[in-house]
Design a protein around this ligand. Structure first.
Ligand SMILES: [Zn+2]
Ligand SMILES: [Zn+2]
Ligand SMILES: [Zn+2]
Length: 260
């Protein structure tokens, strides 16, 4: 199993437009953050987790060869606004719609933003098509199992995922855009090879976990390694990392972690 971090930033990305703080003017590439989205390869499946506005740039950079399925954590703009660029992957499926698994609110947002593309086949070659599915709590695939969990995200709800690859038993937990992680999700994620957690900034926030909260969750999960994502410009990578325990690191755009 492999995860490519296509974006690790918050809703406005880093640098923030018009900001001249040390993070925003930094030349450290780890301080440039696209909006949070990731690409997961499990068995022979390519799974796109959210599609941020920069998806197209990153699909080209990482030569993403195909997409078999999309998992949409929730319908916030920073996670959904790159979806139209998935149209190319419909062509590659011989005009079959891309399955999108999400929660009810995610389906609703998909319908309101991409109503023209909710159909079994693209209208014409080159057009997008999505079929919407409610993400079950357990999705069994030949490549492995994906468990999903409802997460509180301020007044909103998002989905967290635990991927378990069938032939390697490698386990990946991906919990973004949440203000906490429920006990059930922690239990399922326990002993993961890699945990990926929302760690917005050091100061508390009503709809995201702070770095401190994320460290607490990381401790409960006890993954071999934990990466924090969805950081604001208040997190200056090199400086902020000195404040983390050894097994917890800040992810950065274009980081690739191969669990095999
Ligand atoms: Zn977000
Ligand atoms: Zn800034
Ligand atoms: Zn969100």
């Amino acid at each position: 199993m492999k995860i490519t971090f296509l974006g690790t930033g918050t809703s406005q990305g880093v640098p923030v437009i018009g900001c001249s703080c040390p993070t925003c003017v930094s030349t450290d590439p780890r301080n440039t953050r696209y909006r949070t989205h990731a690409h997961v390869e499990i068995g022979n499946l390519n799974i796109q987790v959210d599609a941020a506005p920069e998806f197209r740039i990153q699909a080209l950079k990482h030569s993403i060869p195909k997409i078999d399925m999309v998992l949409l954590t929730h319908g916030h703009a920073d996670h959904i606004l790159g979806m139209d660029d998935l149209r190319r992957y419909c062509d590659m499926r011989d005009g079959e719609a891309l399955p999108v698994y999400t929660n009810e609110e995610g389906k609703e947002r998909m319908r309101s933003i991409y109503g023209y593309a909710i159909r079994g086949k693209p209208k014409e070659y080159g057009y997008p098509a999505f079929s919407l599915f409610r993400m079950p709590s357990r999705l069994d695939l030949p490549a492995g199992v994906i468990h999903s969990f409802n997460q509180r995200h301020g007044n909103f709800e998002s989905l967290g995922f635990v991927f378990i690859e069938r032939f390697t038993s490698k386990k990946l937990a991906y919990f973004t855009d949440c203000d906490s992680v429920k006990q059930k999700a922690i239990e399922r994620a326990k002993g993961a090879d890699l945990a990926v957690l929302d760690g917005l900034r050091f100061k508390a926030h009503k709809s995201h976990m702070s770095v401190e909260q994320a460290i607490e969750v990381a401790d409960k999960i006890g993954a071999k390694k934990t990466y924090l994502i969805h950081m604001t410009h208040h997190v200056n990578h090199a400086i902020a990392e000195t404040k983390l325990p050894g097994k917890v690191r800040f992810a950065y755009d274009n980081l690739v972690v191969d669990l095999c």
